[in-house]
Structures are given as C-alpha cells and as structure tokens.
Design a protein around this ligand. Structure first.
Ligand code: HEC
Length: 271
C-alpha cells in the first residue's frame, strides 16, 4: 500500500485530455475480456514508458487503442470488479496485446466514492466525512482497516506530523471537544474496525451489487489521459490546477510554485 501511495504522489503530475501532443507513430491495441471471453468495457489500459504514461479506456466491444511513440511499454489493464493484469509490449512487434481479467473484489482498491456508498447515511458517517474529507477520501482509511476505536484515537493525532482534523483540534478550533473526538473515533471503529461489515480484514468483501459503482459516461470512454513524472528534485503531487486553454491539470506542491511548475512541465515535455 505504501508503495502505491508513493507512486501516486510521485507520478500524477499532469494530465491532458485529448490534448494535441507531439506526433506519435505506433498504436498499441487489443481487447480486454473476462475469463469467459466476454468483452469488458471501461477498463483503464495504461501504456507506461520512462516518465510518461498514456491511458485509454476499452470500448463497448472491449477493444482499446493507444497511440504512442515507438518503443517498449509496460501495458496494464484494470477494470472495476477484476484483478489487474500487465503485459510487456515492444511496438516493433506486430500483434494485439490482449487481456483476460479474472473477477475479484479487493476493498483496498475501491474508490472513496465506492466505500462511501457501502456505508449508511447517518450522523456517524456524516461526522466522519465532515472531519476527514477536507484532505482525503475514505479510500485512505483502508490502510488502517480493522483498527478499534481506541486505535483510531491513538492514530489520529499522529497522522502525518499532526495533521489533525480541524473541528476536533483545540489548537485550530476553540469549539473542539473531547466528546466529538470520542464520537468520531467510535464511528471509525464501527465502520472501519474489526467487526465492520465489509471493511474489516476478516469480513467477506462486498458484492458488486452492494458497491453501487458509478458507470462511466460515454464521453469519458473517448478520453486520452497523459501523465508525466514531476521533473523536480522533491516531487510531491498535491492540489490540481487547470490550464483552460490547453486543458492541462497540473499537480503542484505549493500554491506559489504553480506557474513555475506548469512552465517546467511544458519545457521538459514539450507540451
Ligand atoms: C488536515 C488534513 C487531513 C485530515 C483532515 C485528515 N487527514 Fe488523514 N492523512 C492526511 C495526510 C496528509 C496523510 C498522508 C497521506 C499519504 O501519505 O498517503 C493522511 C493519511 C491517512 C491515513 C493513512 C495512514 C497510513 O498509515 O499510511 C489514514 C488511515 C487517515 N489519514 C485517516 C484519516 C481519518 C480517519 C481522518 C478523519 C478523522 C483523516 N485522516 C483526516 C491528512 C489529513
């Protein structure tokens, strides 16, 4: 999990949706199906080489096409409700890069929205959201799933050098109370603790029907997402800012570095 987080921080730097980038001269294509050969639509297929990743979705017939500069790529296919798979592809070799995915539900790979849909909407879950959503979604909680209320009490004040939820931190908020803190950690223990229905390490994973995963829009299916490693000595992706002309979203480290970051990305990658 730690590894996944590091990769996220380090990589998701810049995305261009259908942007006009440098001329490319190879197409990686193939089909994504399930074990029985049924096409899977909406699978994310990523072609990664060096600092750059190009991602496209598989279409209704399961087929995908990614246009890239010639070279060697690591191609992964990942769809909701299936285990991801990886293939190596050298564009000098002809032939399709196909994927057969096996059904699997791993709660640590659910999105924050999927997890939220699994929980009832009540005062406890709303308290969790109001305290924790300022900075990240419930997806992060799966790292510590199975923790009791007491363990959440011990963990929260240590979260990343004291990034304590604002409403319950007396240093940031004069209305903070110990009662609120206890109520919050009890709610966390209930929905993310050892006896929680889906999210405890010992419980059965939820079914596809229980998750109520949102379907992709038709417009999203035609998107091309390009990601670049951040060309700075200490990369740490944080907030996103959007360049309205070029449709570039840049992850930045600090507010003041925004412009600097965008111009560095452009210079480094010619976008
Ligand atoms: C002020 C911002 C902020 C708030 C509010 C916040 N967090 Fe975090 N949290 C962070 C940051 C930053 C990290 C570290 C991110 C990373 O490296 O993945 C983190 C990481 C975590 C992790 C992963 C810890 C690990 O072991 O790797 C958990 C679990 C977590 N937060 C739970 C919560 C819960 C529960 C709440 C609400 C009570 C909450 N967070 C509210 C900023 C916040």
């Amino acid at each position: 999990m730690k590894k996944v987080r590091v990769i996220l921080w380090a990589f998701v730097a810049l995305m261009c949706i259908n942007g006009g980038l440098a001329a490319s001269d190879a197409v990686i294509r193939g089909v994504v199906t399930d074990n029985t050969g049924k096409p899977i639509h909406g699978a994310l297929v990523k072609a990664a080489a060096g600092y750059k990743i190009v991602t496209r979705y598989s279409q209704k017939d399961g087929r995908y096409e990614i246009t890239v500069p010639t070279g060697k790529y690591s191609v992964t296919a990942d769809a909701f409700g299936y285990s991801p798979k990886r293939e190596e592809k050298d564009t000098a070799q002809t032939g399709d890069t196909n994927f057969k995915l096996s059904p699997s539900i791993d709660v640590t790979r659910l999105s924050g929205a999927d997890i939220k849909n699994l929980l009832p909407d009540n005062a406890e879950t709303r308290l969790i959201q109001s305290e924790c959503y300022n900075c990240h979604s419930m997806q992060h909680f799966t790292v510590r799933r199975g923790s009791t209320a007491k363990e959440w009490q011990d963990f929260l004040p240590t979260m990343t050098r004291g990034r304590y939820p604002v409403v319950i931190d007396p240093k940031q908020n004069p209305n903070a109370t110990q009662e609120k803190f206890i109520a919050l950690t009890e709610a966390l223990g209930k929905y993310f603790g050892p006896d929680s229905p889906y999210l405890s390490p010992d419980s059965d994973p939820p079914t596809l029907e229980q998750i109520k995963h949102a379907n992709l829009s038709v417009a999203a299916l035609s998107a091309t997402i390009r990601e670049y490693e951040i060309p700075t000595p200490m990369p740490m992706a944080h907030s996103m800012s959007v360049d309205p002309v070029r449709r570039i979203a840049a992850a930045r480290r600090w507010r003041l570095q925004d412009r600097l970051c965008l111009s560095r990305y452009r210079k480094a990658y010619g976008v």
